[in-house]
Design a protein around this ligand. Structure first.
Ligand code: ADP
Ligand code: MG
Length: 263
C-alpha cells in the first residue's frame, strides 16, 4: 500500500542492532476479574521489540488494568505474560528483576517529593541496579539533558511545572534501562500548554526504537508515532490495526462510535 508523509515513521529498521526481531511483550489468554467484574477477557497481545502500540478505548474498558498486569502491579487470574521471553512470575526475585525491565509512567507523576530532581533519577539505579553514585549521576544527567531539564537538577519536584515533572518521571524510568516503557495517560493531568513538551519526549523515544505501550487520547501522537493501534472495549481487544487503517476504516461499531466522540 502507498504511504503518506508519515511513511518515514514506519518500523522498517526497528529491530535491535545485531539481532533478529524478537517479541518483547507477550500476553496469552490473560484473564482478570475484580470480584464479579470480568475486566480482562482472554487477552492475547504480542508486541515485537521496538514497536509503539497506542491503546485506545472508552473509560473503564480495562486499558490501565492491562498496563498494570504487565509489571504485575495487578496479578492476573490465569494466562501468561512474558517480558522479552521470560515468564512473569507471581512473586520473588525474578519478579523484581523483570519489573525493573518495565518502566511505567502514570498520569500522576509520583516523584519523590523530598528528593531533588537528580536524586529522583539516581535513587533506583543505585538501589536496584547496584550502580555507583558517580555512574548513576552521570547517566542521570544524560537523561535529564535528553528530556531538557538538566538545569533543574537541584530543585525539588514541587518547584517544577507539571510538564517538567512528567519529563523527570520519564527520565527516572529510563534510568533503570528498561526494555519496555508503559505510559498510562501521561498527559491527561497536564495543562494543555504542557502536553506537547511531554509528547515530544515520547516521540523521540519511539524513534530511537524503544518498545512502548501508550494509553492516550492524543490522536496526534497516535498518528505520528504509533506503529499499531489497539482498541479495547469491555475488557477485550476489539481492534488491532495500523493507525491509518484504524482511523480511516474502523471495523467495529464500537470503534466507530468511540472515534466519532473523540475526533
Ligand atoms: P480504563 O483504564 O480503560 O479506564 P481500568 O482498567 O481502570 O479502565 O478499569 C476497568 C474496570 O475495572 C472499570 O470498571 C474499573 O472500575 C474496574 N477497576 C479498576 N481497578 C479496580 C480495582 N482495583 N478494584 C475494582 N475494580 C476496579
Ligand atoms: Mg485508565
Amino acid at each position: 500500500t502507498s504511504r503518506d508523509s508519515e511513511g518515514a515513521h514506519r518500523p522498517v529498521s526497528k529491530v535491535p542492532a545485531g539481532g533478529s526481531s524478537q517479541t518483547m511483550i507477550s500476553m496469552t489468554n490473560v484473564q482478570k476479574h475484580f470480584g464479579d467484574l470480568h475486566v480482562l477477557k482472554d487477552v492475547d497481545l504480542e508486541v515485537p521489540a521496538g514497536q509503539v502500540v497506542v491503546i485506545l478505548g472508552p473509560s473503564g474498558s480495562g486499558k490501565s488494568t492491562l498496563c498494570r498486569t504487565i509489571n504485575r502491579l495487578e496479578p492476573i487470574d490465569s494466562g501468561e505474560i512474558r517480558i522479552d521471553g521470560k515468564l512473569l512470575p507471581a512473586e520473588g526475585k525474578t519478579l523484581a528483576a523483570l519489573r525493573a525491565d518495565v518502566g511505567m509512567v502514570f498520569q500522576s507523576f509520583n516523584l519523590f517529593a523530598h528528593k531533588t530532581i537528580l536524586q529522583n533519577v539516581t535513587l533506583a539505579p543505585m538501589k536496584v541496579r547496584g550502580k555507583s553514585k558517580a555512574d548513576a549521576e552521570k547517566r542521570g544527567m544524560e537523561l535529564l539533558e535528553r528530556v531538557g531539564i538538566a538545569s533543574q537538577r537541584d530543585k525539588y519536584p514541587a518547584q517544577l511545572s507539571g510538564g517538567q515533572q512528567q519529563r523527570v518521571a520519564i527520565a527516572r524510568s529510563l534510568a533503570m534501562e528498561p526494555k519496555v516503557m508503559l505510559f498510562d495517560e501521561p498527559t491527561s493531568a497536564l495543562d494543555p500548554e504542557m502536553v506537547n513538551e511531554v509528547l515530544d519526549v515520547m516521540v523521540s523515544l519511539a524513534k530511537e526504537g524503544m518498545t512502548m505501550l501508550v494509553v492516550t487520547h492524543e490522536m496526534g501522537f497516535a498518528r505520528k508515532a504509533a506503529d499499531r493501534v489497539i482498541f479495547m472495549a469491555d475488557g477485550a481487544i476489539v481492534e488491532d490495526d495500523e493507525p491509518e487503517t484504524f482511523f480511516t476504516n474502523p471495523k467495529s461499531d464500537r470503534a466507530r462510535d468511540f472515534l466519532g466522540k473523540i475526533l
